[in-house]
Design a protein around this ligand. Structure first.
Ligand SMILES: Nc1ncnc2c1ncn2[C@@H]1O[C@H](COP(=O)(O)OP(=O)(O)OP(=O)(O)O)[C@@H](O)[C@H]1O
Ligand SMILES: [Mg+2]
Length: 262
């Protein structure tokens, strides 16, 4: 493969401030075709914002984003839309359409394809529901009728519907019990290994990071402070990775929390 073909997503020196406060301070990342890159890092370090910039939902102040070697800024609108249609996306807060039933949510992208029958879309939606441990009766419910964990799983089912070649998953296992987390971890893994998808995932769940990642990038205060594979993360003496991975309160990552004393 050429270098261009091996790099699905390249982010170079991405910067973004809000009201003069810098949040992304020059993010550099690469996601190779067919790999799972996981972003980890403390709350507020800029993980979701990086994803939103890549997806074109937030306009960065500077820096570049290359998809298949092409800068998104230079892409004609139609090519960009076409490219984005290939993305399966799970937002941190599921982002289901309240007014649509579960199966309509899952089948949303598929139903926009010409000639697609309602029956086919619903059958596919039910199959995806089953793959995330939900039964067919859930298909006719509305998102408000589901628990938080069920909404997350429906969001994941929607992301993988139609087997997209690129998946963006923001906290795919947040709020799920350990067993269900592992069902989702397996699904992510299978999507990549069986279908050859490329995945950029964000997770605060270290078990998920450990199971699914080919490579891990750690963010801190809007910068990538470390990248490596799981084995390297486990052994790393990098103070950020070591503190986060070993869940230590003390270290370079400072959380501003105050305790209320009686
Ligand atoms: N639209 C916005 N306007 C103003 N500030 C924003 C906006 N989006 C993000 N931020 C700020 O940018 C910082 C990074 O947010 P981001 O959502 O990327 O964090 P995160 O790393 O995903 O954290 P978490 O693990 O809690 O989801 C936060 O301080 C947040 O308040
Ligand atoms: Mg986030």
């Amino acid at each position: 493969m050429t270098e261009r073909a091996t790099k699905k997503i390249v982010v170079k020196d991405l910067r973004k401030s809000f009201d003069g406060v810098p949040v992304l301070n020059g993010i550099n990342l690469e996601v190779k075709t067919g790999e799972i890159l996981t972003l980890i890092g403390p709350s507020g370090s800029g993980k979701t914002l990086t994803l939103k910039c890549i997806l074109g939902l937030v306009k960065p102040d500077s820096g570049s984003i290359l998809l298949d070697g092409e800068d998104v800024k230079d892409m004609p609108e139609r090519d960009r839309m076409e490219f984005f249609r290939n993305f399966g996306i799970l937002f941190q807060r599921s982002g289901l359409f309240d007014g649509l039933r579960v199966w309509e949510n899952i089948g949303f992208r598929l139903s926009q394809q010409p000639g697609m029958r309602k029956r086919q879309v619903k059958a596919m939606a039910i199959e995806k529901l089953r793959s995330v441990g939900l039964s067919a009766d859930v298909a006719d419910l509305y998102p408000a009728e589901l628990s938080g964990g069920m909404q997350k799983r429906v969001g994941f089912a929607r992301a993988i519907a139609g087997d997209p070649p690129i998946l963006f998953l923001d906290e795919p296992t947040a709020g799920l019990d350990p067993i269900m987390s592992n069902v989702i971890n397996d699904q992510i893994f299978n999507n990549v290994r069986e279908l050859g998808s490329t995945v950029m995932a964000i997770t605060s769940n270290l078990l998920t990071a450990r199971i699914i990642s080919d490579r891990i990038a750690m963010l801190h205060e809007g910068r990538v402070v470390w990248t490596g594979d799981v084995q390297e993360a486990v052994r790393s003496e990098n103070p950020y990775v070591s503190q986060f991975w070993n869940k230590r309160k003390d270290g370079p990552i400072q959380m501003s929390v105050s305790t209320i004393s009686a």
